[in-house]
Design a protein around this ligand. Sequence first.
Ligand code: ZN
Length: 382
Amino acid sequence: MSRLALRPTIGIDIGGTKVAAGVVDPEGTIIDRTRRETPSKNKSARVVEDTIADIVGELGARHHVLGVGIGAAGFVDGTQSSVLFAPHLAWRNEPLRDALQRRIGLPVVVDNDANAALWAECRFGAAQGESHVVCVNLGTGIGGAVVLDGVLHRGRFGVAGEFGHMVVVPGGHRCECGNRGCWEQYASGNVLVREARELVANGSPVAYRIAETCEGDPSRITGPMVSALAAQGDPAALELLEDIGHWLGVGLANLAAAFDPGLFVIGGGVSDVGDLLLDPARTTFRRTLTGRGFRPEAGVVRASLGNDAGLIGAADLARRSSSRRRDRAKLVTTRLLLPRRRDVAGNGTPVRRARRTAGGTGTAIDPVAPRRANGTWRRSVP
Ligand SMILES: [Zn+2]
């Protein structure tokens, strides 16, 4: 590895309430950190830019960095340069990359926060060694991202992975997006709070511990409060998590039908309860999976990098982008870098591996040892 490639990069995760930033080395270790409040939605786009420039100024003064990666909650275009829409910020069709590059004098990449988080899990976390991964983050809503054949898939327009708005209950709960019955109305942190509040507001006797904890005021109920009660064994809180786990499993089975991943990585605040959520999800997933009993089954695991995943992933995407630029300068084509293996189809015939370039909106994972978690490797002939 060249000395240049050993230099750290800055990762910045712009969330609804805080901006978390860190200097990250090539092994995915955060060697320095800082944070700021997220500027209010009412402030101009320029104020968010100021915040980012301020962070880069602070961290860049202490470290000789290669570039900057930004993960933002919102739609980012497929060229990792513009934010099309960010629900918590004033960004609308914001050409963020070029504006920031001019201002801070470093290469910048911009990506969706869920893409950045999944990228980190694939490179350094729970999904290491797996080439087909779907990530589902349960926060206020549901965020998602997809890695297929070692490549992060952003979609033709950069907005793939918005699983939270798949309709799972036609005519069901009204969603903020305007539709009814979206998945995130049944399996997210917001749902945990909504359902707990409803139980307490209705004076349900099963919810007496929850009512006690919030001192009878449903508006004081939070997700972590319900999770903590579940961890203490409170039956009502456990039931609520089971319901969310059930709906999580339904959605995962749908995603398995579409993507056939080897692994699902579940992140976000609600996933902190671990198996209290994931066991019911696995049960429903198995029961709902199409072709069950006749197909290898994807694993369902908890994300391992927690709140740092977004900034670690953004930093690594910035590193990847700068090495691609160096490769282009040397007229070297970047190819998919997963390990070569003799893939064998069901009938024992070796399957020719697709040759793909990792340009466009795809980003390829580094060489890793393949993991045969739950079945055989299968791949369609291109
Ligand atoms: Zn929706």
